[in-house]
Write a protein that binds this ligand. Structure first.
Ligand code: NAD
Length: 497
């Protein structure tokens, strides 16, 4: 029997010795922005300065797009086997550097190291492998055409793709775009969120080491207003894949119309409901998953189940179980390697979320939580919080809060639950808890959401499409459907008769 026990990792000590490189990655090299413009990036965990990030401007974006354009012919014709080999080599290198990537991700975003080592980094690697493996299993079509001709329908890469991604799952969401875009033969210019650029920059270094040709992947760091807007308006970007807010999605649609009609896929905000019927088989399990759905990742999840609708007869029992389950999401030092939530993305974002709690307190009730915490000198920490006693059409029920704040609301009938759940401009996800199979199908069919989870929350996997209805956007990440964002069908008609 092996009796050796491993000493726990001292993540704070490792963080002290980490010196992240904040320069952009263009044409295979780390590159300072024009004019050497930089801004400091800090960690919400404790306010420490992490790196000087290049502030890319329009001319840097031009350079990156030109590099991607030059790299496109060779990469798109390299053949699926070749592309697969390079992407699998990158996945292996990411695995070798998993601790470093996880630490960068935690420091940048405030996520607990327990999460980045077990979810974010392994999740990104698994998505990369999934697409690397998928690409050489794709086939075209031979549609029926009149005699004397053969028609082939093939999927063609679009060219230069831009991706703009948010700060809540920096590496995973970057990989949701990067993996299918590169696997299908496009080249990419990716702009990470200004708060969380370090992990994907490091992945770009590893991609070069894995043999990815120069220019196939470029990372432009900088603000949305400058670098993001330059990508959105660029005349030589063929497609733009975005994850972020609905407000920015609108500006991207306009920019596409005002520039070159680049095609868009938009994964925008959400306000998802979790409906708990009285016939739920295991109410404790439902409460535990409901806490996960509302508070995981500090509640900064686009598909967070932040509206919890509970059938009136079990409402109070459920509220008690939820309060118990929420204890697992109380904030703790993110680098201590313990259970619990980490820091929100910044103090100012925490101010905004706290503003919602204050509104809930003034206009309804705080059922539990509601307090802000200071840990390691940073006040970007919040207790998991549940509001109640608010009218069904209150903003709290309809708008995204993007923090560990959920609202609990009773309902009586199935019809009422469906109407409440659909009463939002968003349509990203929803959950239903019931032991009645007919009800599960009936309600799932009526919910306007891209993903409906039954007897679980936030169901998600590489092989299932993820994206929204209504103002949660259009286009799908993950699964084979994601190739629709990065390829176009092409007809080749051969007449011989
Ligand atoms: P955001 O829209 O402010 O920023 C997202 C990205 O867009 C960042 O990289 C930012 O720099 C860039 N950006 C900002 N303004 C821009 C502009 N004018 N032109 C071009 N780019 C611009 O969102 P955020 O605050 O980083 O992230 C939170 C939002 O993301 C929430 O609304 C959340 O629901 C959404 N989100 C959606 C999904 C999904 O899959 N549907 C997943 C995660 C997050």
């Amino acid at each position: 029997m092996n009796t050796t026990t491993q000493a726990p990792v001292d993540w704070h000590a490792r963080a002290e010795s980490l010196v992240p490189d904040g320069r952009a990655f263009i044409a295979g090299n780390r590159t300072a922005a024009g004019g050497h413009r930089t801004r400091l990036t800090t960690s919400p965990i404790d306010g420490r300065v992490l790196a000087e990030l290049s502030s890319c401007g329009a001319s840097d974006v031009d350079t990156a797009v030109a590099a991607a354009r030059r790299a496109f012919p060779a990469w798109s014709r390299a053949g699926a086997e070749t592309r697969k080999g390079v992407l699998l080599a990158l996945a292996a290198l990411m695995e070798n550097h998993a601790d470093e990537l996880a630490l960068l991700e935690s420091l940048d975003s405030g996520k607990p190291i327990l999460q980045t080592t077990t979810v974010d980094v392994p999740g990104a690697i698994s998505t990369l492998r999934w697409y690397a493996e998928a690409i050489d299993k794709q086939s075209g079509e031979l549609p029926s055409v009149p005699p004397g001709a053969t028609a082939l329908v093939t999927r063609e890469p679009l060219g230069v793709v831009a991706a703009i991604v948010p700060w809540n799952f920096p590496l995973e969401i970057a990989m949701w775009k990067l993996a299918p875009a590169l696997a299908s033969g496009n080249t990419l210019v990716l702009k990470p969120a200004e708060q969380t650029s370090l992990s994907v920059l490091r992945v770009a270094d590893l991609a070069a080491e894995a043999g990815l040709p120069d220019g196939v992947l470029n990372i432009v760091t900088g603000t949305g207003r400058v670098a993001g807007a330059a990508l959105a308006m660029h005349m030589d970007v063929d497609a733009l894949a975005f994850t972020g807010s609905t407000a920015v999605s609108r500006t991207l649609l306009e920019a596409s119309g005002r520039s070159n009609l680049k095609r868009l896929s938009l994964e925008a905000g959400g306000k998802s409901s979790n409906i708990i019927f009285a016939d739920t088989a295991d109410l404790s399990a439902a409460a535990s998953k409901a806490a996960f759905g509302a508070f995981y990742n500090q509640g900064q999840v686009c598909s967070a189940n932040s509206r919890i609708l509970v059938q009136r007869t079990i409402h109070d029992d459920f509220a008690g179980l939820l309060a118990e389950a929420a204890a697992d999401y109380r904030p703790a030092d993110p680098l201590a390697g313990v259970e619990g939530n980490g820091a929100l993305i910044s103090s100012s974002h925490t101010d905004d979320v706290e503003g919602w709690i204050q509104r809930g307190r003034a206009e309804g009730r705080v059922l539990f939580g509601g307090d802000r915490r200071t840990i390691k000198g940073s006040n970007a920490y919040l207790e998991p919080t549940v509001l109640g006693g608010l009218a069904a059409d209150h903003d709290v029920h309809r708008e995204e809060i993007f923090g560990p704040v959920a609202v609990l609301h009773p309902f009586d009938t199935e019809d009422e639950a469906v109407a409440l759940a659909n009463n939002t401009d968003y349509g990203l996800a929803a959950s239903v808890w019931t032991s009645d199979l007919s009800r599960a199908h009936r309600v799932a069919g009526l919910l306007l959401a891209g993903t409906v989870s039954v007897n679980t929350v936030d169901a998600l996997g590489n092989s299932t499409p993820f994206g929204g209805f209504k103002q949660s956007g259009f286009g799908r990440d993950l699964s084979l459907y994601a190739f629709d964002n990065y390829t176009a069908p092409k007809t080749t008609w051969i007449q011989y008769g």
